[in-house]
Write a protein that binds this ligand. Structure first.
Ligand code: ATR
Length: 285
């Protein structure tokens, strides 16, 4: 803990956690983990670490040797994090992407992926969607999408199409998960109707205020659109969803809170209640 001892005595006594990504300044994770810690009586400090891709491995190891007990990982480091750790939970091994690392006293660095359970908890639990027999389109083929494919394919879906800017990445990813269910990959322009029941945006295009160029005919008045990104007001994706007259356009606030709760449980052995945090965030989003 030496690296943190210059801070207040309360912070020095606390266990330290954080989020590694690039960028991270927009993140609500410190607020969320702060609320979880208060509600469960855990003494912890949660901070943001903006780390450039080429520095990720060195910086993450430096943080852990400096006393950090755990890290959440966001874009673009989720796949690099899977390579960094020396143990993976089965779901992280399947995804080959990690959004949560726990550092144990025996020096084990355990990589987990709570994105999938977070997304499902939001879709089914918070938003009340029934995924059985549905056709789902997911945009993107990076670390964020890798984490959610297994739990989606555990549902009896009719079809799961992965569309990506680089079509080859979507096809490789679909082939990797083809043993779990009806999944295929394509480029954005090759994506065909009929309209999907659910369209999930897992690209990082929203960060630049961009919407992938999707062909017409993918959305009906029954389609739910879900942006794994979150922010205040509309994203480029939710704006597109409204322009296509989708039934609903949701942002990933619920997934953010639910994946954080699963990470918190791994770190602290206590499951926090997500409802008060969702309620608090509803005033900001
Ligand atoms: P993450 O962990 O968020 O998935 P990532 O692994 O870097 O981050 O993946 C980013 C995803 O967003 C990829 O699917 C990427 O498409 P490519 O595979 O073609 O690179 C997609 N992406 C990023 N910027 C985009 C943009 N402006 N338009 C469309 N897709 C974009």
């Amino acid at each position: 803990m030496a690296a943190f001892l210059s801070e207040s005595s309360e912070a020095a006594a606390a266990d330290h956690y954080g989020l590694a990504g690039h960028p991270v300044a927009h993140s609500w994770s410190p607020f969320i983990h702060g609320m979880f810690a208060k509600a469960t009586g855990q003494n912890l400090v949660y901070r943001l670490f903006d780390i450039e891709p080429r520095e990720f491995r060195r910086e993450a190891l430096r943080l852990f040797t400096g006393g950090l007990r755990g890290l959440n990982i966001t874009l673009p480091h989720k796949q690099a994090a899977a390579e960094l750790v020396n143990e993976l939970t089965p779901r992280a091994a399947r995804a080959q992407a990690v959004n949560t690392i726990a550092f144990y006293e025996d020096t084990t660095l355990l990589g987990d992926n709570t994105d999938g359970v977070g997304l499902i908890a939001d879709l089914e639990g918070n938003l009340g969607l029934d995924l059985a027999n549905k056709r789902i389109l997911i945009l993107g083929a990076g670390g964020a999408v890798r984490g959610v494919l297994e739990p989606l394919l555990e549902r009896p879906l009719r079809a799961l199409v992965i569309a990506n800017r680089t079509p080859g990445r979507a096809k490789v990813l679909a082939a990797e998960f083809a043993d779990l269910g009806p999944v295929e990959g394509c480029g954005f322009e090759d994506t065909e109707g009929p309209p999907y029941d659910l369209i999930i945006n897992g690209t990082s295009a929203s960060l630049d205020g961009e919407m992938p160029p999707m062909p017409p005919g993918l959305v009906s008045e029954a389609t739910v659109c879900y942006d794994m990104a979150y922010g205040r007001g509309e994203t480029a994706f939710t704006r597109w969803a409204h322009s296509q007259r989708a039934a609903r356009a949701e942002k990933g606030w619920g997934m953010l809170v639910e994946q954080a709760a699963a990470a918190f449980s791994l770190w602290r052995g206590v499951r926090p209640d997500t409802k008060p945090v969702l309620e608090a965030l509803s005033h900001f989003r």
